[in-house]
Design a protein around this ligand. Sequence first.
Ligand SMILES: Nc1nc2c(ncn2[C@@H]2O[C@H](COP(=O)(O)OP(=O)(O)O)[C@@H](O)[C@H]2O)c(=O)[nH]1
Ligand SMILES: [Mg+2]
Length: 191
Amino acid sequence: MDSKGRIHFKIVYYGPTLSGKTTALRWLYTNVKGLKKGKLHELKGPDGRTMFFDYLPISTTENVIFDVFTVAGARRHRLVRQALLRDKDGTIAVDGIVFVVDSSRRRLRDNIECLKEIKEILGDKLGKEIPIVFMLNKQDVWDAMSKRELVRILDIEDFPVVETVAIRGKEVAKAFMICAREIILKKLYKF
Ligand SMILES: Nc1nc2c(ncn2[C@@H]2O[C@H](COP(=O)(O)OP(=O)(O)O)[C@@H](O)[C@H]2O)c(=O)[nH]1
Ligand SMILES: [Mg+2]
């Protein structure tokens, strides 16, 4: 709760570098109508990639605000990613995850490693207390893996999975909405 009595929920877009996290957030910022949005903060390095994280507040009602972040996916930024998810004392500092998979077959190993990393950071709370939604992004690329194959290999049968093309905004809103809804159900109604 902030000083104006509003409840904040934190959603983090997680995934390997260049999987489309910033693109998805930018798309939400420009295209989602009916939600109030703050300013999009992009922290880019000289190479144009996310340096620390991007940040965008989105409010559904006057009283509920989703603080949406994307992580910098490069391996060397693990500590930054960890700090976005857990406070210094180890307390979990995130309410929901949108995991952005790069569906290109060449990126399979990066996806597996990144998923392993977030499982290490959040432990068994992931997918239980902290909802996770999978965006199988870049479904438009020539070597995109199918949903069926990715779900099997990443072992994510139990979670919501959405096939997306972030550059065209395809299903980007859907993935966000599923995450937001699950957070509300868990946190406000204790499902
Ligand atoms: N073909 C294709 N390219 C995408 C898609 N989503 C993002 N990209 C491109 O992938 C690159 C990395 O995207 P970015 O959002 O910066 O990745 P991030 O590192 O996860 O934040 C950019 O050139 C995007 O235009 C997609 O669905 N399909
Ligand atoms: Mg980025």
